[in-house]
Design a protein around this ligand. Structure first.
Ligand SMILES: NC(=O)C1=CN([C@@H]2O[C@H](COP(=O)(O)OP(=O)(O)OC[C@H]3O[C@@H](n4cnc5c(N)ncnc54)[C@H](OP(=O)(O)O)[C@@H]3O)[C@@H](O)[C@H]2O)[C@@H](O)CC1
Ligand SMILES: Nc1ncnc2c1ncn2[C@@H]1O[C@H](COP(=O)(O)OP(=O)(O)O)[C@@H](O)[C@H]1O
Ligand SMILES: [K+]
Length: 552
């Protein structure tokens, strides 16, 4: 797994490095060299333009320029001011050194000149704005960013694509869309989430010093990015000595006359994800229509109200069914009523592994008046509990419904409030979004996100079914729940990729993700078992770049 550090913690590591004798100037030289070596690796590249900003990110760019000039590249640096006029001492020194070495320097060019220069460059190095960036890019960088993105040249971003917040992954104005980002010391959350996924391209981490790995670990990473080989221990060895029950039994509880489809999708997803026996419990009013759609999955009709939602009488029956299953998923399509709130609290009090999704999460919000973190007794149980909120459901759980999390880091903070209030390793919150975090008291794991094709109604129901199936199939320790959930997210993502190949990136519906799950799991397991084969020869489904373009 690769550590992900908040930007303020990266600065602490930088300070710690200076304390062990690696100066900021030395770090800048190594950062520039790291960026230069990525340029030099590009086959056929000859003409390079470096866009340098006014701070240390610009400093890295000047170092890279001098380094590449020394290697024989045709290098031009574009800068808003003369090297002599740079305010930062270290950046000024490296800029003057680059200029003295013979690097061409263009100061504050008009847009047309810049456009011609960038279009004629094999590689553009973006060293305008780094981790010191805040707000919206001001002139001239706003215009330079446009010019970079219009150039069609190969773009390598230094540390972070300019205009992107390395912390939040948000961009309030223009931002560079890079092919590759060389980031210093460690991954940062914004590179892996939200706009970061569009902006970074592949990501290379440059450690810059041998002490970095230790110092980064000591800086308490905010999350860990999972690599394929992290999942090896979770895979079960294939065996023929199984029957449908030993392959895991899943109960799905959900549905209402308004939403009969959601629990059906969750149940089918659980079956496609390898659970041997899936049972679906729905309100009696919709049971006949649901059963007519389900050939393999028995449907249990439970007491319901006239409006087609579960009645309170269903709670004990659900608890009885759940006792006999390896895992239960509750929530898809079931609405928030006194009946469904009763079912959720009865299941929470039970002793079997439980996945709480969709309206069952909203039931918990109702039960706790949007303060689940003030009612940890509700979650206090020994058996695994995996909650799968998207950002709005997460916000409702912790009283942020008026200001829901807008970034991966704020979603992780909200998820942490929940798991820390309980304090036990048996609770895991899967904070879903375009980037997802699987958070427990021990760790936050970031699975590699799937394609945007997953952003389709019902996709979350499918994920709930996959998580329930994996929970039912594999008897993991509580400490491994975040990794198990992350693996489910990755399989969901693989299925999204396969479905997008079949139906087009905009054509995928949740049912297509379900149908692709079995093949997705096989492909995923093969790539975990034989990562080298997946990388060479065959196209791996899990490209390692942030945007799926290359190696991290
Ligand atoms: N961590 C490490 O170990 C290492 C870090 N290193 C490198 O240092 C970088 C961080 O450097 P940094 O702190 O100097 O900040 P940086 O990103 O250059 O930006 C500051 C400049 O941008 C300006 N500016 C800000 N917002 C703006 C806006 N909206 N629009 C326009 N301008 C704006 C700001 O102006 P001000 O706000 O002060 O007016 C100031 O002039 C880091 O990303 C990495 O590349 C390596 O060298 C060594 C190892
Ligand atoms: N842009 C995206 N890229 C990758 N995955 C996404 C994206 N948007 C959503 N997802 C994933 O799709 C699923 C959507 O879940 P959810 O919002 O609960 O959908 P629904 O309620 O319609 O079932 C989550 O697993 C989420 O991580
Ligand atoms: K940059």
């Amino acid at each position: 797994m690769q550590p992900v550090l908040n930007v303020e913690d990266v600065r602490r590591v930088e300070a710690a490095l200076t304390e062990v004798g690696v100066s900021v100037s030395e770090l800048m030289h190594r950062a520039g060299a790291a960026a230069a070596s990525e340029v030099a690796r590009m086959e056929g590249a000859d003409t390079v333009t470096v866009l340098a900003g006014l701070g240390n990110n610009g400093g890295d760019g000047w170092v890279a320029a001098e380094n590449l000039h020394g290697k024989g590249f045709d290098v031009t640096v574009v800068t808003p001011v003369e090297p002599d006029d740079l305010r930062g001492d270290i950046a000024r020194v490296v800029a003057k050194s680059a200029q003295d070495s013979g690097v061409k320097v263009v100061v504050g060019p008009p847009r047309e000149t810049l456009d011609v220069l960038l279009m004629g460059s094999d590689v553009v190095v973006d060293a305008m704005l780094g981790t010191g960036f805040h707000g919206e890019p001001r002139a001239p960088f706003d215009i330079w960013i446009d010019s970079v993105n219009a150039s069609g040249s190969h773009v390598i971003a230094v540390d972070v694509p300019s205009g992107l917040s390395a912390q939040t992954g948000l961009a309030s104005g223009k931002y560079v869309v890079a092919d590759l980002t060389v980031t210093m010391l460690s991954l940062k959350p914004g590179l892996l989430s939200d706009r970061g996924r569009d902006a970074c391209g592949a990501i290379v981490v440059a450690p810059l010093a041998e002490q970095t790995e230790r110092l980064v670990r000591e800086a308490d990473p905010v999350a860990w990015r999972a690599d394929l080989d992290d999942y090896v221990d979770l895979l079960e060895p294939p065996s023929n000595a199984v029957d449908k029950f030993t392959r895991g039994s899943v109960l799905v509880v959900g549905g209402s006359s308004r939403f009969p489809g959601a629990p059906m999708m969750a149940a089918m997803a659980a079956a496609r994800a390898g659970a041997g026996y899936v049972t679906l419990a729905v309100p009696a009013q919709i049971a006949p229509i649901v059963q007519s759609q389900m050939l393999e999955i028995p449907v249990v009709a439970l007491p319901c109200e006239a409006d087609g939602t579960f009645s309170l009488k269903a709670a004990d029956l659900v608890a009885e069914l759940a006792e006999k299953r390896s895992a239960t998923l509750v929530g898809p399509g079931m609405r928030v009523t006194s009946g469904t709130v009763g079912i959720v609290s009865t299941l929470l009090a039970g002793k079997r592994p439980l996945v709480v999704d969709a309206d069952a999460l909203n039931c918990i919000s109702r039960l706790t008046s949007n303060r689940v973190d003030d009612f940890p007794e509700l979650l206090r149980r020994d058996a695994p509990l995996i909650m799968t909120p998207h950002r709005m459901e997460l916000a409702r759980l912790v009283g942020l419904q008026d200001t829901p999390p807008t970034s991966l880091t704020s979603a992780m903070e909200a998820a942490r409030r929940i798991v820390w209030s309980d304090g036990g390793s048996e609770v895991c919150v899967v904070a879903k979004g375009s980037a997802t975090a699987c958070v427990s008291v021990d760790v936050a794991i970031l699975p590699k996100p799937g394609p945007a094709a997953l952003a389709t109604a019902g996709s979350g129901d499918v994920l709930g079914g996959v998580i329930a199936a994996l929970l039912a199939r594999t008897g993991v320790e509580n400490e491994d729940l975040p990794l198990l959930a992350a693996m489910a997210c990755e399989m969901h993502g693989y299925a999204g990729t396969i479905a997008a190949e079949r139906y087009g990136s905009r054509g995928v519906m949740a049912r297509d993700i379900i149908d692709a799950l079995g093949l997705a799991e096989d492909a995923f397991e093969e790539e975990v078992a034989f990562p080298d084969a997946a990388k060479s020869g065959r196209e791996g489904r899990r490209d390692e770049g942030a945007d799926g373009k290359g190696d991290e």
